[in-house]
Ligand binder design. Structure first.
Ligand code: SF4
Length: 243
């Protein structure tokens, strides 16, 4: 695996002070094409898509098709393809693993326990993500600190210990209002579910609408406690080392 040697703590501090577009430009200049943006086509993701493709038209974007997504998510993906004329690399779960899970536990095992939910996420999300990130230096996400207690300490650039590469979170300090101001100002395509009370969109059976004023991610795995609400793609913040 190719790596670019940088003194991570110093760079993390420098990138933290950058604006979102500047941080993306910084990363593109150093890491493209060993860098991908992981999009689930949420509001933040369409903003990052726009910022990234303004910087570099052939920037790499991928998505995880878990097999349980809403139609509306596929629709916005298609609109992004057409608007920007970009390819979106799509990673799907291993057939054997999904067939084994369905045979042993049925189609709704994730509601029975946190362990079962994490098992499903591991098969449908984490394993494909691991394949998607193999051999790369940086992945970009749409994480924001406001998105809940599991994300409150995320930095704009961090070392992702779990996957062994840098993670760039350009919108880390953006408010939800700022995200929507950008979407409207630039007439970006967005997931129609956002207009129906879904501030955060994941798999269809694990996402529901929330009431005004409720936590942004309260509609995700609503039967679990807040500290459990990650699927293994984004762990707690880890302090960096070197790449
Ligand atoms: Fe499975 Fe739900 Fe996780 Fe999607 S969000 S991978 S359906 S447990």
């Amino acid at each position: 695996m190719r790596r670019t040697a940088i003194a991570l703590p110093r760079v993390v501090d420098a990138v933290e002070t950058m604006a979102a577009a500047e941080a993306i430009g910084w990363a593109v200049e150093r890491f493209h094409p060993r860098m991908v943006f992981a999009s689930s086509f949420g509001a933040e993701d369409v903003v990052v898509t726009d910022l990234l493709l303004r910087e570099r038209r052939d920037a790499r974007i991928f998505t995880l098709d878990t097999g349980r997504l809403h139609e509306e998510t596929h629709e916005v993906a298609q609109r992004i393809r057409e608007r920007y004329e970009v390819e979106i690399e799509t990673f799907v779960p291993e057939t054997d693993a999904v067939e084994g899970l369905l045979r042993a536990k049925g189609a709704f095992s994730f509601r029975e326990s946190v362990a079962n939910r994490k098992e499903c996420c591991a098969i449908r999300k984490v394993a494909p993500l691991t394949r998607a990130l193999a051999g790369l230096d940086v992945w970009i996400t749409g994480l924001r600190r406001e998105q809940g207690q599991t994300r409150a300490s995320v930095r704009r650039l961090e070392w992702d210990q779990a996957f062994g590469l840098l993670k760039l979170n350009p919108l880390v300090d953006w408010s939800e209002e700022r995200v929507w101001d950008y979407i409207r100002a630039n007439d970006l395509p967005y997931n129609a579910l956002h207009d129906r009370g879904f501030p955060s969109v994941g798999c269809a059976p694990c996402t529901r609408a929330v009431q005004p004023g409720e936590d942004i991610r309260s509609g995700r795995w609503w039967w679990e406690s807040p500290e459990q609400k990650e699927c293994g793609l984004h762990g707690p913040r880890r302090e960096g080392g070197r790449t």
